[in-house]
Design a protein around this ligand. Structure first.
Ligand code: SAH
Length: 242
């Protein structure tokens, strides 16, 4: 399918942030950058600071109950979310969220748009997360200094699934996680490098043998590196057989 006219993007990402100048950042380069210029997707940033109404334009306050750091105020974040109006369920990026998965990425793509709230400091007042029913999503078991790099990760993963972004569209179906497996290892020229040969089946020209080698390599990698994924896959396979 060719990309449609500039007036009609396939997908919109809306980012609520205290640092709108960080965007498009990495998203302005390579595949996502080209797609942004072509109008395949659209990026809107909202500066949360514009919704601070008190005279010092405070966006944060000390945590009730004490402790280090500052917390983003619910009145300010609430006003920013309110300005977006009724759209799809907004996402709050937080280490306290449920993990971002390829399945979840596909769901964000099919809903046509996503609104993302980026936290800073110690995070956002819990009441505003409840009041606006935010979908709390975590990009990994580590702590970043802000939600912006996490938003770029989420958006990048979505944009590469849009039609016309990755050249060979079948390639996005073949990748790590798509079948509950990590991908097989990849090789290119030269056929012998530094005394190391490419695995023989890959240069055999024998399609069945190549497929078989790749399937085994994918299974081995998953079993060794991601026992959690491997167990989940076996559970699902059992369920199918039952
Ligand atoms: N005090 C918080 C961490 C705050 S980090 C806690 O312990 O849970 C500041 C902001 O960075 C968060 O509000 C969130 O928006 C973002 N962030 C940090 N790590 C993240 C992760 N792993 N996934 C998604 N967002 C993250």
């Amino acid at each position: 399918m060719p990309p449609m006219a500039e007036s009609m993007p396939y997908w919109t990402a809306r980012v609520l942030t205290l640092f709108p100048d960080m965007f498009p950042g990495t998203l302005g380069f390579s595949l996502s950058g080209t797609a942004l210029k072509k109008g395949i997707w659209e990026l809107e940033t909202l500066d949360i600071r514009n919704f601070a109404r008190n005279k010092h334009r405070n966006v944060d306050g000390a945590p009730f109950g004490g402790g280090p750091g500052m917390v983003m105020r619910p009145d300010v974040v609430g006003a920013a979310l309110e300005s977006v109006g009724p759209k799809t369920q907004p996402v709050y990026l937080t280490p306290r969220g449920s993990p971002l998965t390829q399945e979840k990425v596909r769901a964000f793509v099919s809903q046509g748009e996503v609104t993302i709230l980026c936290g800073r400091f110690e995070g956002v007042d819990e009441r505003v997360l409840e009041a606006y029913d935010l979908d709390q999503v975590c990009i990994g078991d580590f702590v970043l200094s802000g939600g912006e790099p996490a938003a770029m990760v989420l958006i990048d993963a979505c944009v590469r699934l849009l039609p016309g972004v990755v050249g060979n569209e079948t390639s996005v179906w073949n990748e790590s996680f798509e079948e509950g497996l990590l991908e097989y290892p990849q090789y290119t020229r030269p056929e012998i490098w530094d005394g190391r040969a490419v695995p023989a089946p890959l240069v055999s020209g024998h399609h069945e043998r190549i497929r078989e080698w790749r399937r085994k390599a994918a299974e081995n990698a998953t079993r060794e590196r991601r026992p959690d994924l491997w167990a989940l896959r076996n559970e699902r396979n059992m369920a199918v057989k039952d």
